[in-house]
Design a protein around this ligand. Structure first.
Ligand SMILES: Cc1cc2nc3c(=O)[nH]c(=O)nc-3n(C[C@H](O)[C@H](O)[C@H](O)COP(=O)(O)OP(=O)(O)OC[C@H]3O[C@@H](n4cnc5c(N)ncnc54)[C@H](O)[C@@H]3O)c2cc1C
Length: 324
């Protein structure tokens, strides 16, 4: 049974939408967006053509319509009841440019793949970005998640971010304004990041290439990168590795429905072919419970869970813990 009604929402927006140049899609399947290839419908998906188009849309969108921005879905678990309101996906044409912006500086649109930023930096002998080479997300996702790996993270390289708020006003935030900590930003939740400027340092191309190759080789060896996954399921608790706690609690390879904790890297959940959002979240909460029983440590979700449950298929945190 459908929990959202995109045609109705689209009709409620009136004729104002005719001036938009981007694409509006009612009832858009989120399993085509998420790396898990699971989850329900986005009630109404909007791909703004460019920044002006985005601002126009935000100004005509009533304040009570929920708005969710997604990147390329590599850190998302979407529930089977779908995502009410509008889901915003930035278009590559309007938000996918990457260019030099001064000495050792690069400006990247928010839907630019992290990998492209790393490659651009290497081409121009700018060091400090090789860690992005192994992260399969977009710059927008990296800005929100403080994405990082191999000792580097977004906060170390960021100079400033351009963002649009829910009312369509444009802001420029400094790195300090982003309030970064491990895989977290305190920047207001309603901000849509549209582009950012990063700064690295001079480095030999050969050294950068070697670092990028090492990142790729390491990932292909220890992570299920070819599977339908959302990356690390849980954050590493202070002083611990999430995967070790999961392993010690006997959850490596644990399976519920079509969802499994990877045997290769047991902090990665994978869709082994037919997982629903329910299977994935149920598995995650089961792991949290078992880890808590085994070690007394409460794992916190790193993956962002979006949307609503199907009726009768609700999942409560098994320990009554709220993470965020
Ligand atoms: C195989 C694999 C390996 C991974 N390895 C790593 C790793 O080493 N390190 C790491 O940090 N992550 C890793 N991840 C997780 C993921 O790639 C990162 O979190 C990435 O930054 C998410 O980017 P995305 O574009 O996919 O964002 P999404 O998953 O689409 O969204 C993630 C969050 O960002 C928000 N968001 C996205 N775009 C915007 C925007 N323009 N404005 C405002 N908010 C926005 C969304 O609302 C959501 O809250 C991995 C994932 C996979 C599948």
């Amino acid at each position: 049974m459908k929990q959202v009604d995109g045609e109705k929402l689209l009709a409620s927006l009136g004729d104002g939408v005719n001036q938009l140049r981007g694409r509006l899609t009612p009832d858009a399947p989120m399993d085509r967006v998420t790396w898990f290839q699971a989850g329900g419908l986005a009630e109404l998906m909007f791909h703004p053509h460019d920044l002006d188009d985005l601002v126009t849309f935000l100004k005509l969108l009533p304040e009570d319509v929920p708005l969710t921005v997604v990147g390329v879905g590599s850190n998302l678990l979407v529930r089977d009841g779908g995502i009410p309101g509008v889901v915003l996906r930035l278009s590559a044409k309007g938000f996918g440019q990457v260019e030099l912006a001064g000495e050792n500086r690069i400006r990247a649109g928010a839907i630019t793949p992290d990998k492209h930023l790393a490659a651009m930096a290497m081409d121009h002998n700018i060091g400090g970005f090789h860690f992005y080479y192994g992260i399969p997300g977009s710059i927008g996702g990296a800005l929100r998640m403080n994405a990082g790996a191999n000792g580097g993270d977004t906060s170390q390289r960021l100079v400033e971010v351009e963002a649009v708020d829910r009312k369509g006003n444009i802001h420029v935030l400094s790195a300090a304004d982003m309030g970064y900590s491990y895989r977290h930003s305190t920047a207001p939740a309603d901000l849509i990041f549209t582009s950012a400027v990063f700064e690295g340092y001079p480095e030999e191309k050969a050294k950068i290439r070697a670092d990028m190759d090492a990142v790729r080789h390491h990932r292909e060896t220890v992570q299920p990168v070819k599977e339908k996954t959302g990356g690390s399921t849980f954050k590493n608790p202070e002083g611990h590795s999430a995967w070790e706690l999961i392993d010690e609690a006997g959850c490596r390879g644990l399976m519920i429905g079509g969802a499994q904790m990877s045997s290769l890297h047991c902090n990665f959940m994978i869709n082994i072919g037919h997982a629903t959002g329910y299977d994935l979240e149920y598995l995650g909460e089961t792991v949290r419970q078992r880890v808590f029983e085994h070690s007394g440590i409460k794992l916190q979700w790193e993956i962002k869970r979006l949307g609503i449950f199907m009726p009768g298929r609700e999942i409560k945190p098994f320990m009554g813990v709220t993470e965020e």
